[in-house]
Unconditional design. Structure first.
Length: 132
């Protein structure tokens, strides 16, 4: 059983999770609430689903389907700074200006909002590490 101080610390940490940086949030997925059918969610709310952390980035409406089935509402909270590029399905999950991805062993940053192009084709700049 937890002491009163331990319970207060747990409550404090759980309260900080909604604003925790991705590397902290994703490393503690099990501390987040699990997605529940029909729960009213707001933009910025985070929910875990099958071991992955998702964040609401557009109004969730009735919230009838799990996060992995509705990329128009939920986006994954990535642990890595340069996640693998994934072909967007449409405007709802297109990459924004400044988005960072890895594709074909190269790092890329998006030059435009609403970017659905593959890196190296259009709308991306290859990131080159600066030598010290």
């Amino acid at each position: 059983m937890l002491t009163q101080k331990q319970q207060e610390l747990v409550a404090l940490l759980k309260g900080a999770l909604p604003t925790a940086p991705p590397e902290v949030a994703q490393a503690n997925v099990d501390w987040h609430k699990t997605w529940v059918h029909g729960e009213q969610l707001q933009i910025g709310d985070r929910r875990s689903w099958e071991g992955i952390l998702y964040e609401v980035y557009t109004p969730a409406g009735d919230n009838l389907y799990p996060p992995d089935q509705v990329p128009a509402i939920f986006k994954k909270v990535y642990l890595e700074e340069w996640p693998q590029w994934v072909q967007p399905q449409g405007a709802h999950d297109a990459y924004g200006r400044g988005a960072k991805v890895t594709r074909n062993n190269k790092k890329w940053t998006s030059d435009v909002d609403g970017n659905t192009w593959e890196p190296g084709v259009y709308g991306w700049t290859e990131y080159v590490e600066q030598e010290a």
